[in-house]
Ligand binder design. Structure first.
Ligand SMILES: N[C@@H](CCC(=O)N[C@@H](CS)C(=O)NCC(=O)O)C(=O)O
Length: 210
């Protein structure tokens, strides 16, 4: 049986989906959260990560130790390991489309959050509210509408976890209002958050803005 150590900063940003996949699959992992100060003064050098970035996933198994990097690669690896990546290539590509849409959505929203110059921030916000935001949300709402339960039917997958996470992060920045015309997406968010393991994890996890 492999043992997992997931190393990242305290934020949700690039790693929360990986944490949620462990929780949903009920697989134990060391959720190692590194402080920014400790990272820049010490760990950036001593951890010697392959590209100088986090997250990394360390896996100890009987053949030795594997170090994995790139959050999206780690997500897909875990989803495949835990049976949360669909049952066929056709299902996997639907999940990929959903996760890519949410990544595009989150990148655009994060650009607004991180922009300090007020005029630029407002023009990014308007472009997001009139373009990227509704364009992607309408597409995703329609895609999810085809199913009664989750993206692929009765069981949750990486696509549903990504949906939960993106809404969860962005609503902390701008409120739930942005999503109010997309009831199916909000229903998926609620459904994932109510799964027993997930609900317990969400109640216990540290609060953070990103
Ligand atoms: N494409 C990479 C990007 C990783 C990345 O940019 N990580 C940032 C934190 S979100 C980092 O480790 N920065 C460390 C530093 O700048 O010293 C991924 O998705 O994992």
């Amino acid at each position: 049986m492999a043992s997992y150590k997931l190393i990242y900063f305290p934020d949700r940003f690039r790693t929360e989906i990986c944490r949620l996949l462990f929780v949903l699959a009920d697989v134990e992992f060391d959720d190692h959260r590194v402080g920014y100060e400790e990272w820049s003064t010490k760990l950036k050098k001593s951890l010697n990560t392959p590209t100088g970035d986090l997250p990394i996933l360390e896996i100890e198994h009987k053949e030795g130790k594997t170090i994995m990097l790139q959050s999206r690669a780690i997500q897909r690896y875990l989803a495949k390991e835990f049976g949360l990546y669909g049952c066929s290539n056709d299902e996997a590509v639907i999940i990929d489309v959903v996760t890519e849409c949410w990544d595009e959505f989150l990148d655009a929203a994060a650009k607004i959050m991180f922009e300090e110059e007020l005029t630029k921030k407002e023009s990014l916000r308007q472009a997001f509210l009139q373009g990227t935001g509704p364009r992607l949300l309408s597409y995703l709402e329609n895609l999810f509408k085809n199913n009664n339960e989750y993206l692929l039917g009765q069981n949750p997958s990486l696509g549903d976890v990504a949906t939960f996470n993106c809404i969860d992060v962005v609503k902390d920045w701008v409120g739930d209002g942005l999503f109010s015309s997309y009831p199916k997406l909000l229903a998926i968010r609620d459904k994932i958050s109510k799964i027993e393991n997930v609900a317990a994890y969400l109640a216990a996890r540290p609060k953070c803005l990103f």
